[in-house]
Design a binder for this molecule. Structure first.
Ligand SMILES: Nc1ncnc2c1ncn2[C@@H]1O[C@H](COP(=O)(O)OP(=O)(O)OP(=O)(O)O)[C@@H](O)[C@H]1O
Length: 249
C-alpha cells in the first residue's frame, strides 16, 4: 500500500500544485485521476515516487516507511513503474533494448555497461509478449506506430516487475481505438499481477470504463474519490467547470 499523508506541493513561484492531499493506493486497484489541465494530476503522480518532493506531508509505503533514506527510496522506485504520454523511448534502439531498460533498476551502474543476464532478456521478451509485441522485439521503435510505441513503454514498466504503475496521460496522443486497446491490455495485466495502477486521463468515457476508482482533482484539491458508478454528472462538470465535455459521458 502507498499512503499519501497531508501532501502539499507549492512550487518556487508559489503556484499551488497540491493542497493537503491524503490518499491510499492499494495493489490491484486501477485508479484514474481526472481533472482539467493544471488540476494537479502530474504533480500527484510525480509525488508518489518522489520525483517531485512535497513541500509538506509524507509518502509512506508499506515495508519501507516514509522513504526518508536513499535505500528505501531506491527500493520504492524499483517497484514503481512509470508510463509517459510521449513514451520516452530510445527511438533508434530495438523494442527489446528499450524494455531491458526496465531491468536496470535491478543492477548496479557498473553492471549496466555490459549485456544484461539471460534472465533479464527472458523477462523483457515475456513483457513484450504480454503487450502483443513479441514479433517486434528486434524492430527499432522509431519504426513502430504510436500505439505500438506506447505498448513498448508499458512493457518497459512491466519489466521492473512493479507493485505499482504510474501512468501520466498514457493515451493522450492516440486515436480512440488504440486508446481502448491499450487501457484494456494495461488493466488486464494489472488485474492478473495484482499491480496497483494510478493513471491520469482526460477522457471521461475511458475513466468510467476502466477505472475501479476515480479521483477528481481541481486546483490541487480532491473534489471526489469514488467508484465510477457513484459519480454524478455535476461532479464531473465541476472538475472541468464546463458542461460541454459531458457529451462524452
Ligand atoms: N515545475 C513547476 N513550476 C511551477 N509550477 C508548476 C510546475 N509544475 C506544475 N506547475 C503548476 O502546478 C499546477 C498543477 O500542474 P500539473 O502539471 O500537476 O497539472 P495537470 O493536471 O497534470 O495538468 P495537465 O493535464 O495539463 O498535464 C499548475 O498550475 C501548473 O502550472
Amino acid at each position: 500500500m502507498i499512503v499519501l499523508n497531508n501532501l502539499s506541493v507549492i512550487y518556487e513561484d508559489e503556484t499551488v500544485g497540491l493542497e493537503n492531499i491524503s490518499l491510499e493506493f492499494t495493489p490491484g486497484e486501477f485508479t484514474v485521476l481526472l481533472g482539467a489541465s493544471g488540476a494537479g494530476k502530474s504533480t500527484l503522480l510525480r509525488c508518489i515516487n518522489l520525483l517531485t518532493i512535497p513541500t509538506r506531508g509524507q509518502v509512506i509505503v508499506d515495508g519501507l516507511g516514509t522513504l526518508n533514506n536513499p535505500k528505501a527510496l531506491r527500493k520504492h522506485r524499483q517497484k514503481t513503474g512509470m508510463i509517459f504520454q510521449q513514451h520516452q523511448l530510445l527511438p533508434r534502439q530495438t523494442a527489446l533494448k528499450n524494455v531491458l531498460i526496465g531491468r536496470l533498476a535491478y543492477h548496479s551502474t557498473f553492471r549496466s555497461f555490459f549485456p544484461l543476464p539471460k534472465i533479464d532478456q527472458i523477462i523483457a521478451l515475456d513483457c513484450l509478449d504480454r503487450v502483443g509485441l513479441l514479433n517486434k522485439a528486434l524492430t527499432p521503435v522509431k519504426q513502430l506506430s504510436g500505439g505500438q510505441q506506447q505498448r513498448v513503454g508499458i512493457a518497459r514498466a512491466l519489466a521492473q516487475q512493479p507493485r505499482f504503475l504510474l501512468a501520466d496521460e498514457p493515451v493522450a496522443s492516440l486515436d480512440p481505438g488504440s486508446s481502448h486497446k491499450i487501457l484494456a491490455n494495461l488493466k488486464k495485466i494489472c488485474q492478473e499481477d495484482g499491480i496497483g495502477a494510478v493513471v491520469s486521463l482526460h477522457q471521461i468515457d475511458l475513466a468510467l470504463e476502466y477505472g475501479d476508482r476515480i479521483i477528481g482533482l481541481a486546483g490541487g484539491n480532491i473534489l471526489f474519490d469514488s467508484h465510477p458508478s457513484e459519480i454524478k454528472s455535476q461532479q464531473l462538470e465541476k472538475i472541468y467547470q464546463t458542461s460541454s465535455l459531458m457529451k462524452t459521458v
